[in-house]
Design a protein around this ligand. Structure first.
Ligand SMILES: *[C@@H]1O[C@H](CO)[C@@H](O)[C@H](O)[C@H]1NC(C)=O
Ligand SMILES: *[C@@H]1O[C@H](CO)[C@@H](O)[C@H](O)[C@H]1NC(C)=O
Ligand SMILES: *[C@@H]1O[C@H](CO)[C@@H](O)[C@H](O)[C@H]1NC(C)=O
Ligand SMILES: *[C@@H]1O[C@H](CO)[C@@H](O)[C@H](O)[C@H]1NC(C)=O
Ligand SMILES: *[C@@H]1O[C@H](CO)[C@@H](O)[C@H](O)[C@H]1NC(C)=O
Ligand SMILES: *[C@@H]1O[C@H](CO)[C@@H](O)[C@H](O)[C@H]1NC(C)=O
Ligand SMILES: *[C@@H]1O[C@H](CO)[C@@H](O)[C@H](O)[C@H]1NC(C)=O
Ligand SMILES: *[C@@H]1O[C@H](CO)[C@@H](O)[C@H](O)[C@H]1NC(C)=O
Length: 813
């Protein structure tokens, strides 16, 4: 009864539509002589089911001021009207103006004319006469002769998409479009080579010359050609594979897919070079979902000496969700074409060697550190052994040097244009990018070209190249002069402030108490309070004309032991240099008054960041976790003497201008333990929730206590909640217990409830939780070292299944 009524209603609604279809070609047949005209409500040739339409589709560019249309095949039943085929053309934009017309002719098949009647494209039938066209339900548009033999079809002339039922033979391929909405040819290609390999590569646009592949299927067997591939299949059930000559298969779709009866499938070479198979529920109203994609990391996988990489020249590629690339210009650079975010970046300043030493003024340049960035090629020089300061200074003095990479004792110069710029979490090198930092202007704002400079440039244009040779010498002289004066300023300060006994082998300035009193305006502004003392904001003079903000920590415990140990420890702390540690700039040691002067960081503590009202993004949080791990690893393994922090907690992690995590207060535990190991135990125990169990026993304290605290901190970063929060209710109050329960019961969603980004990245959440559980093992010997922790976080080593962290005491807490 109910179903009958439903059917009746269905008929009622569908009736006008049904009538309309039966008048038009509802069996998909298109007679010779039929035409379509590009316009707002222009009609289309539908396939029998209505799934696919052949016709003009308005190009939905953000700002389609040109009123362009694309002759294409698209899904007509879904709101996005996704295009699967278009009149791909090597040399011109396939979009045509309103009023253009396509006609099905007997001798040329499809012919597309612009409004003036000039032919812009045709289907080029080699032999035979077209009797009929047919828009098939598979999405294939077929031209057939009167004897029903196929003369042309869109499946054999693909643009950037393959559909189920479509095959691709050797020497065929797909070309990407320029951007999501610009259908001109882009740089990327998907081809089945003659040898049987399926590849993705960049091509040089005007000539189509292919550069090195960034994905290779490996279906070429030089020893036995019958094992090589010869055809790419996309079968009707939605599986893609390469057929081998011996009948075998190489699966591209490696996991089972949703049923093709209920879903649309397509496989598209995206404009950004990522090839992906998508699915979409028929009659649904959502987005295309990805079944699989290649390559794994386009930013890293594209290499080769030719071309700019995944993004344009001077641009930096980072991997976004769905393995898609994101491109960004570094500081001091901006897009060459404002509308092309994936294109090249140009420097907003002149980086040239005009006029020998005069046109290039190194004083006007500075460096901006780029996190986890490298350009694998573009090297111009290599210096070894060099330290970081030498590396940067020599680049500053070289008018050709655009950026440097520094690692261990090695310094690479990079030249413009920079290619293959990318970020990679596994990098351990440092990248510094040169930019013009004139006066007090904020360097991130693109500056209009200086008219003075322009004039000068014009005048020097003619003589520039001749003078180039001398610039090296001039620059060398400048480096020496600069280096000497630098040394003098610091030497002077050091000598003046040195307390006289000369035991401190450091150039850390030693301040007098009075100086720091002045610097902090008599300890007026308190910015933090820790277990070791109170922190005040202050300002110190670095040179005669410039000042810098500092954080001055007044240690509140009196050290029984002599000056010497205090200084020795300060020296150790002063020698630590790592981008994820807060730097010690100086100290004061006058009897009872012992103070430490640190750099001041603007963005407060991780605690206020994590537990504030706004949840920071998942990406930022995972980055911060990695950075803390790197900082700790440095303290544990890379310092001249191992430093155990002993008090890792979010209040002791500070954030710099770019929200990089910086560990503070390291080394203080050692300072205090010199003669007070009892006291330190009490002090540390005060910090509930982060404390490794061995603090409560009388066992030795090792670096593993930091690993424990890091595990707790990592859970806080994942869940954005405090390690101990009684308001959550008894069952959830202790984060480590709750997290382990969530993990054990496979309910990790609960940990990141409401955090869409994390939920979408649940594999990573799982990995991080597993690492945390390893870190919070009650038995210190089971906890990994920070090195292992970092390797697990970065995916260098697999994370094995963690055991129950509480094997000894079932009632912790
Ligand atoms: C499709 O319909 C047209 C008339 O609308 C008819 O002439 C043609 O024979 C039909 N073709 C098929 C294959 O049914
Ligand atoms: C196109 O069709 C829509 C709805 O069918 C109608 O509102 C609109 O006026 C039409 N536009 C033109 C230019 O015919
Ligand atoms: C389209 O572009 C023109 C000029 O390029 C601009 O004035 C106009 O505001 C833009 N319109 C929209 C809707 O973006
Ligand atoms: C439509 O495609 C199917 C599957 O490839 C094929 O069997 C059928 O003959 C095609 N119809 C026409 C009219 O080409
Ligand atoms: C599309 O890209 C081509 C090639 O880069 C460019 O020449 C053309 O202006 C672009 N079209 C639009 C409408 O932006
Ligand atoms: C090539 O491989 C096929 C099986 O894949 C095997 O039957 C054939 O003997 C091999 N030919 C040679 C020359 O090894
Ligand atoms: C497509 O390939 C899959 C996997 O190889 C297979 O299970 C399925 O039966 C194939 N479908 C068709 C229509 O051939
Ligand atoms: C589809 O994607 C758009 C843009 O990426 C997003 O704003 C929208 O929420 C998505 N819709 C669904 C149903 O996922």
């Amino acid at each position: 009864m109910a179903s009958a009524r439903l059917y009746f209603i269905f008929l009622l609604f569908q009736l006008p539509f049904y009538l309309h279809l039966s008048i038009a070609q509802n069996n998909g047949t298109v007679p010779v002589g039929a035409t379509l005209t590009a316009g707002t409500n222009s009609s289309t040739w539908l396939s029998p089911s209505g799934d696919f339409a052949f016709g003009f589709r308005q190009v939905d560019e953000e700002n389609n001021t040109n009123d362009l249309f694309l002759l294409s095949i698209f899904y007509s039943n879904i709101p996005a009207k996704t295009v699967v085929w278009y009149t791909d053309n090597k040399d011109q934009n396939p979009a045509v103006p309103r009023g253009s017309q396509v006609k099905l002719t007997a001798d040329h098949g499809l012919v597309l004319n612009d409004p003036q009647g000039k032919q812009v494209w045709s289907s080029e039938i080699d032999i035979g006469t077209v009797a009929v066209g047919h828009m098939n339900d598979t999405g294939n548009f077929v031209l057939a002769s009167s004897s029903s033999s196929k003369l042309w079809d869109s499946f054999s002339n693909p643009s950037d998409t393959l559909l189920p039922g479509q095959t691709m033979e050797t020497k065929q391929g797909l070309f990407s479009r320029k951007s999501e909405t610009n259908f001109s040819r882009g740089r990327f290609q998907f081809r089945l080579l003659k040898d049987g390999n399926l590849v993705l590569n960049i091509a040089n646009l005007p000539t189509g010359d292919a550069y090195d592949a960034y994905y290779i299927s490996g279906t070429y067997d030089p020893a036995n050609s019958s094992n090589s591939g010869y055809r790419v299949m996309f079968n009707e059930s939605g599986y893609m594979y390469i057929l081998r000559r011996n009948g075998g298969r190489f699966d591209l779709t490696t996991e089972s897919v949703v049923p093709a009866a209920d879903f649309y499938y397509r496989a598209t070479l995206n404009f950004d070079g990522v090839f992906a198979q998508y699915f979409y529920p028929k009659n649904g109203n959502e987005n295309w979902s990805v079944a699989w994609s290649e390559p794994e990391n386009i930013c890293v996988n594209i290499g080769g000496e030719m071309g700019s990489g995944a993004c344009g020249f001077n641009s930096i590629c980072s991997l976004d969700s769905d393995r898609r690339p994101k491109c960004a210009c570094p500081k001091g650079y901006s897009l060459l074409d404002e509308n092309d975010r994936y294109g090249s970046c140009k420097p907003d300043f002149e980086l040239s060697c005009w006029g020998g030493g005069q046109g290039y003024k190194k004083e006007l340049f500075d460096f901006h550190e780029l996190q986890l960035t490298n350009w694998h090629l573009s090297d111009s020089e290599r210096f070894r052994p060099y330290n970081e300061v030498q590396c940067k200074n020599s680049c500053l003095s070289d008018c050709f040097c655009a950026a440097v990479i520094f690692q261990d004792d090695c310094c690479w110069f990079k030249k413009l244009p920079l290619s293959n710029g990318m970020t990679d979490g596994r990098l351990t090198s440092k990248a510094f990018m040169k930019y013009k930092n004139k006066g007090d202007d904020p360097p991130s704002v693109p500056r209009p070209p200086d008219p003075e400079d322009k004039k000068k440039r014009k005048m020097m244009n003619a003589t520039g190249s001749v003078l180039l040779g001398s610039s090296v010498f001039v620059n060398f002289a400048l480096v020496c002069a600069f280096g000497l004066s630098f040394f003098f300023i610091y030497k002077k300060k050091w000598i003046r402030n040195s307390p006289g006994d000369g035991t401190i082998e450091t150039n850390l300035p030693c301040f007098s108490y009075k100086e720091l009193e002045e610097a902090t305006d008599n300890f007026k502004e308190e910015v933090g309070r820790g277990s070791f003392g109170i922190v005040y904001k202050g300002v110190i003079l670095t040179t005669r004309t410039s000042t810098t903000a500092v954080a001055v920590k007044k240690l509140d415990r009196v050290f029984q032991d002599g000056e010497k140990e205090f200084k020795n420890e300060v020296v150790v702390i002063g020698q630590t240099h790592h981008k994820n540690l807060v730097r010690l700039l100086g100290f004061c040691d006058e009897g009872q008054n012992r103070l430490l002067v640190y750099e001041f960081l603007n963005n407060g503590t991780l605690a206020s960041f994590l537990f504030g009202n706004l949840k920071p993004s998942w990406n930022l949080r995972t980055n911060i976790a990695f950075q803390i791990a790197r900082g700790l690893l440095y303290l544990h393994e890379d310092c001249s003497a191992q430093i155990i922090h002993c008090d890792i907690k979010p209040q002791n992690i500070l954030l710099d201008d770019y929200y990089n995590a910086r560990i503070s207060d390291f080394g203080l535990a050692k300072l205090l333990t010199l003669n007070q190991s009892k006291a330190i135990r009490t002090a540390i125990r005060g910090t509930k929730g982060y404390v490794a169990p061995e603090w409560f026993r009388n066992s030795t304290i090792t670096a593993k206590v930091d690993v424990y605290s890091f595990g707790v901190l990592l859970l806080e970063i994942i869940s954005c909640r405090k390690s101990f929060d009684i308001e959550m209710g008894e069952e959830y109050a202790i984060l480590t217990d709750w997290a382990f329960d969530c993990y054990r019961n496979e309910k990790l969603d609960d940990l990141v409830e409401g955090d869409m980004e994390a939920l979408n990245d649940i594999k990573c959440v799982e990995k991080l939780v597993m690492v945390s559980i390893w870190c919070i093992q009650e038995d210190p010997s089971l906890r990994p070292t920070m090195k292992k922790v970092l390797q697990m976080l970065e995916g260098v080593v697999e994370v094995s299944l963690p055991p129950n962290p509480y094997p000894f005491s079932s009632s912790m807490g």
